[in-house]
Design a binder for this molecule. Structure first.
Ligand code: ADP
Length: 366
């Protein structure tokens, strides 16, 4: 059995209220009005004039007849007016809900353009606003999902094509097997694995599933441990030094230590990858209620036209694509989001051929 609609429920509930009001009015008036009529009549006649029985009966009957006719018409006119009004009100309440349902059907069919207009009734207007906000957010997620799939297919196709080409060559003996060739194949598969791992992390961050456990944390030990870890790799590059420069008495920051370490590893790792000589400096200092950390290098730098894209996922400059095929272009996107999730901001400054400086701010621990 189908459930009654909201419109008919509203209409009938209004109608029932009106009818109950009318019935109460009629019953009470019918019982009390003749009595009051007699009392008022006696009051007008005064103590000296006695109303005879038949006269009194005629008067009461005439009053009742007049009252009945008046009550009959007032009930007819009153209930019909109330009925029409209740129909109009129910329609006004239900119309935006039906409209909302139609829009959600369009959303399900992939059309995300339509939005709810503002409403006269305050609560419905608030509902329409929340609905529109939710729609915008869903549209955003849907767009990001489509972009991600496009980017991902593009990024996976390159290593897959390379591996496939070589494997085919090996299988029909047009390419001779060699240790270098197998190393190249291993590198390409490693690249795919890195891509998949990074992607998993990024999707968790973007979907908001990544737990961020902020606690009052001292930055200095984290910075030193990351710098120490990379110092060993710097030994390979003779003309490169790595410097740690932390302001003394740096206050505690409210962050998730593991996530900050992850950001630092990405920034210092990049600096090392794109710098052959000079220095990499990791610096931390306080400005007002924020602590800034900067990772600066004297490496290849980033072109001004590339800077606005640097935090986009899968973005790599053509120069770095040509020079280092190992990157996935996801690291900075992850770092940027991780800093934002910890109420910070990340910025970059760079000059081609001179070097780059990535810095991010973090809030002080309360
Ligand atoms: P990748 O894994 O490719 O390094 P990232 O997201 O970490 O991915 O970096 C994106 C791109 O930004 C890099 O491919 C490179 O072109 C550029 N980049 C990042 N850090 C630096 C740096 N310190 N110096 C020069 N270019 C950099």
């Amino acid at each position: 059995m189908s459930k009654p609609s909201l419109r008919s429920r509203l209409f009938f509930s209004h109608l029932i209220v009106t009818l109950l009001g009318a019935i109460t009015f009629i019953t009470i008036s019918k019982v009390f009005s003749p009595r009051y009529f007699v009392i008022f009549l006696e009051g007008i006649a005064g103590p000296n004039i006695a109303l005879s029985g038949p006269l009194r009966r005629d008067l009461v009957q005439a009053f009742q007849a007049a009252w009945n006719r008046g009550a009959y018409w007032s009930v007819i006119v009153g209930t019909s007016t109330a009925g029409v009004l209740s129909y109009l009100v129910s329609r006004r309440v239900v119309k935006p809900l039906i409209q909302m349902e139609d829009i959600t059907k369009n959303f399900a069919a992939g059309d995300w353009q339509e939005r709810m207009p503002s409403q006269e009734i305050l609560e419905l207007d608030q509902l329409a606003h929340s609905f529109n906000r939710m729609a915008a957010e869903l549209q955003n997620v849907e767009q990001r999902r489509r972009d991600l799939v496009t980017d991902l297919t593009h990024e996976l196709r390159t290593p897959l094509t390379i591996v496939e080409g070589y494997l085919e060559g090996l299988s029909d003996s047009t390419i001779a097997p060699s240790p270098e060739l197998y190393q190249l194949l291993v590198r390409e598969t490693l690249r795919m694995r890195r891509l998949v791992n990074d992607l998993q992390e990024l999707s968790k961050i973007e979907a908001g599933y990544l737990p961020i456990d902020t606690k009052p944390t001292a930055l200095h030990p984290i910075l030193s441990s990351v710098v120490q870890r990379f110092a060993d790799q710097v030994f390979d590059k003779e003309q490169l030094t790595i410097i740690l420069d932390v302001e003394p008495d740096l206050p505690l920051v409210a962050v998730d230590a593991l996530r900050i370490e992850q950001v630092l590893v990405n920034l210092v790792g990049n600096a090392l990858r794109y710098t052959n000589q000079g220095s990499i400096t990791v610096k931390a200092w306080q400005v007002g209620d924020r602590v800034w950390t900067a990772v600066s290098d004297t490496g290849i730098g980033i072109a001004p036209e590339d800077l606005p894209h640097i935090f986009e996922r899968f973005w790599r400059s053509d120069r770095s694509r040509a020079r280092h095929s190992g990157g996935t272009g996801i690291g900075l996107a992850i770092s940027h989001r991780l800093v934002e999730l910890q109420q910070g901001t990340m910025e970059v400054e760079s000059e081609l051929g001179k070097g780059s400086s990535f810095r991010f701010s973090l809030p002080l621990a309360p």
